[in-house]
Design a protein around this ligand. Structure first.
Ligand code: DGJ
Length: 727
């Protein structure tokens, strides 16, 4: 998959779908030649033009005025030696200089994919699945080495990159920026699609034309954030869900991140992605190394659906781990929106009984079971049971739930601490706080300094004391604020620029230990809904709570955007009560069901308050989902019609063997004398014959002719399900 042509000085990373070309250019600079559809070969005809551009310097040692790295497409550009565009790294040397000059030194090609140290990453099961290229660049003056790492799998249209810097000098170097990757594009028109939002409105898809200048997509919140997901796609202006080129760029990281997109005067576009360089400063001691998170770049020649499907497959197969990686996920009932903090035995046991009667498989006890937690002003950090809130305690409840043949899940928010808690009274120094300043609160809580081993150990002991005593099948790991006054008391002043990343390394170490030691537990990540829905977390937890907004109509956009990158089996989605608690909207139970079934399905409402009709409908939904969940959780997902574009929304799921398919149509608002709507399906076998109700129809008809949506649907929030099975 990876070759090096000595004569042309070109690396070719290649599988059946993609090629990626890197050229060692004059003076040992590493140029980016190409990323896109597979090339059968590279003949060497495509060489960067030697053409003088005024004010573009010629690097030391170059013989011609026409050669400048200021105009070259580069693999990993720096600062200070002739490229004035956005750099991929920024280093402060002991003499105060920020000028470095890295040139090609050597390479190695490895079978498989080495692990990153302490960071989540994609992996191989067998070495032959992938190859990894390491290219070493050296700055002999600074005595620093950069190692650029590129992995290509045989079966995925993706390149995975990360960077490592080693300090071979005798002085400390301050790393102020070290991107995971830089991807340069030649002169061409491109749009960027990014996923932005806020609490209850996560991963909204926005598409913009890339203009000359610089645009930054980032988070400085200490987490990947509700506001800007660590993902962008660069697409042609004509790219749609079904056609055109798309390049997805996804950082496997859950902390501060940035993607800088810069289009230069020659209309070349540079995309630099990595840990946010803002306020970042890592003291790289003599002999030490620093490794970045990785970026998964997916290429699609056939539109956004193909890009997303590659992410879904690659992440499910080679990022997510553990017992539940490819296992069907249980339907659940969560008590949060049913009770908030205000619950007692009668309510909780009543919900469990009703859930059992409806066929739901797991009960999750949310916030409010620990310390003296009756509201969100107290007790975070005190992970011991709230005596008396439930007469038989957690163990009694877990036993009861298990006796009903259901699983039992529990909520934690391990990274947080309330000022009003035992733990804070004992250890006020354990929070992130800047000396001599006040501490901002958010939801009346502080953030524990997870960069500290003693803090992590305390929380780990408290959590596992519960887990070792109470039989728990599922954990919801929440995180309900962002970081302010970021400072760690254990670190020297010069190291304070390391705190945010050290926090992430500490968190990842914790998650690794917890998930490895409790392999039977299904974990779901959460951060006030979808504030930390990222590929980093997926390595430890196979699913995430997508949004605190459970309104079906809001969820159309949220889940649509989330599906750009993240697998359907990771998208937690619940049916909740109406009027909806976030939007006050009154939608049909049918549309709430169909939207939630397009994710990992559950309920989050007071089941003891249902009417007989609602119970019957929910029972049917649960049964239907269980019957089809393999298809819905792990089938190929296709976005047919976007909620960002019209009032007709449609999604589809096709089994990997193309023998079954499900489509959901959603029409949020009714219209009088409405146009007739045809749904054209996708992803079926052209000449397969599919049973739909009492008709047998070929795949080609379903895909090209389509079928009419039921014209008798009326009222707002209408929806229709279509199920097809090959005969
Ligand atoms: C935020 C989560 O997103 C909710 O689902 C719920 O668990 C609350 N926190 C509990 O405090």
């Amino acid at each position: 998959m990876i070759t090096f042509d000595e004569n042309k000085q070109v690396f070719h990373l290649k599988n059946e779908q993609i090629s990626y070309l890197i050229q060692i250019e004059e003076e040992g600079y590493l140029a980016h030649l190409y990323y896109g559809q597979a090339l059968s070969d590279y003949s060497g005809h495509y060489q960067f033009l030697r053409s003088n551009r005024s004010f573009s310097p010629n690097p030391a040692g170059a013989t011609a005025r026409s050669y400048s790295i200021d105009t070259l497409m580069l693999e990993y550009p720096g600062y200070g030696y002739g490229d004035f565009r956005e750099p991929a790294f920024n280093l402060k040397l002991a003499n105060g200089s920020r000028v470095t000059d890295f040139r090609y030194d050597r390479y190695e090609i490895l079978a498989g994919k080495p692990k990153l140290t302490g960071l989540p990453s994609t992996y191989v099961k067998e070495e032959k699945e992938a190859e990894t290229l390491h290219i070493y660049l050296k700055d002999p003056v600074a005595q620093l080495t950069l190692r650029l790492s590129y992995t290509i799998y045989a079966d995925y249209s993706a390149i995975i990159r990360s960077t490592k810097i080693s300090n071979e000098s005798t002085t400390t170097v301050e790393v102020n920026q070290l991107a995971s990757q830089c991807l340069d594009f030649p002169n061409r028109a491109l749009d960027v699609i990014h996923l932005n939002g806020t609490w209850a409105k996560e991963r909204q898809m926005t598409r913009e034309k890339i203009e000359i200048g610089t645009r930054v997509f980032d988070s400085k919140r200490g987490s990947s954030s509700h506001q800007q997901n660590p993902f962008v796609a660069l697409v042609e202006p004509t790219t749609t869900e079904f056609q055109g080129e798309a390049y997805g760029i996804c950082l496997v990281y859950s902390g501060n991140h940035e993607t800088v997109i810069q289009k230069d005067a020659f209309l070349q576009t540079r995309v630099v992605t990595g840990i946010n360089s803002f306020n970042f400063g890592w003291q790289l001691l003599p002999g030490a190394a620093f490794e970045t998170p990785e970026v998964v770049s997916v290429y699609s020649a056939t539109g956004l659906n193909t890009m997303s499907q590659t992410y879904h497959d690659l992440f499910n197969q080679r990022l997510v781990r553990g017992k539940y990686q490819l296992q069907e996920r249980p339907t659940l009932i969560n008590n949060w929106e049913a009770t908030y903090f205000n619950f007692n035995d009668e309510k909780i046991y009543g919900i469990v009984d009703q859930a059992k009667a409806l066929g739901i498989e797991m009960f999750v006890l949310d916030d409010g079971w620990f310390g003296v937690r009756d509201d969100d002003n107290r007790s975070l950090g005190d992970w011991f049971e709230y005596e008396g809130k439930l007469a038989k305690g957690l163990a009694g409840l877990a036993d009861y739930v298990h006796q009903q043949g259901m699983k039992f899940g529990l909520w934690f928010e391990p990274e947080m601490i309330s000022a009003n808690s035992e733990l804070y009274r004992q250890h006020p120094e354990w929070v992130l706080a800047t000396p001599n300043r006040g501490k901002s609160v958010s939801r009346n809580q502080y953030v524990l300094d997870f960069s500290r081993a003693d803090v992590r150990e305390n929380i780990y002991q408290q959590m596992t004391a519960i887990l070792d005593r109470v039989p728990i099948d599922y954990i919801k790991w929440d995180m309900n604020r962002n970081m302010t006054e970021v400072y760690s008391l254990l670190l020297d002043p010069a190291m304070q620029g390391e705190v945010s990343h050290r926090y992430m390394l500490g968190l990842y170490e914790f998650l690794e230990k917890l998930t490895q030691n409790y392999p039977e537990i299904l974990f779901e990540s959460c951060s006030g809904g979808g504030g930390r829905f990222d590929a980093g977390f997926l390595h430890y937890m196979p699913q995430a709570w997508t949004s605190d907004n459970t309104d079906a109509i809001s969820r159309l956009k949220i889940q649509h955007g989330t599906s750009m990158v993240y697998p359907i089996s990771s998208i937690g989605a619940h049916v909740s009560a109406v009027p909806n608690h976030q939007t006050n909207r009154q939608t049909s139970l049918a549309i709430r069901g169909n939207v939630a079934m397009s994710g990992v399905f559950g309920y989050e409402l007071d089941l003891t308050q249902l009417t007989a009709d609602e119970k019957a409908e929910i029972k049917e939904q649960v049964q239907f989902y269980k019957q089809h969940r393999q298809l819905l959780q792990f089938g190929t997902f296709i976005r047919l019609q976007s909620p960002y574009e019209s009032n007709d929304v449609a999604w589809m799921f096709v089994s990997k063997d193309q023998k079954e398919a499900m489509a959901f149509y959603f029409r949020p608002l009714a219209d009088a004398a409405a146009p007739f709507v045809t749904l054209k399906l996708a992803g079926l076998k052209t000449d397969g014959i599919y049973q739909w109700n009492d008709q047998q129809i070929t795949g080609s008809e379903l895909m090209h002719l389509g079928l009419y949506v039921d014209d008798s649907l009326h009222g707002d929030y209408a929806t229709q399900r279509f199920y097809f099975k090959e005969v």
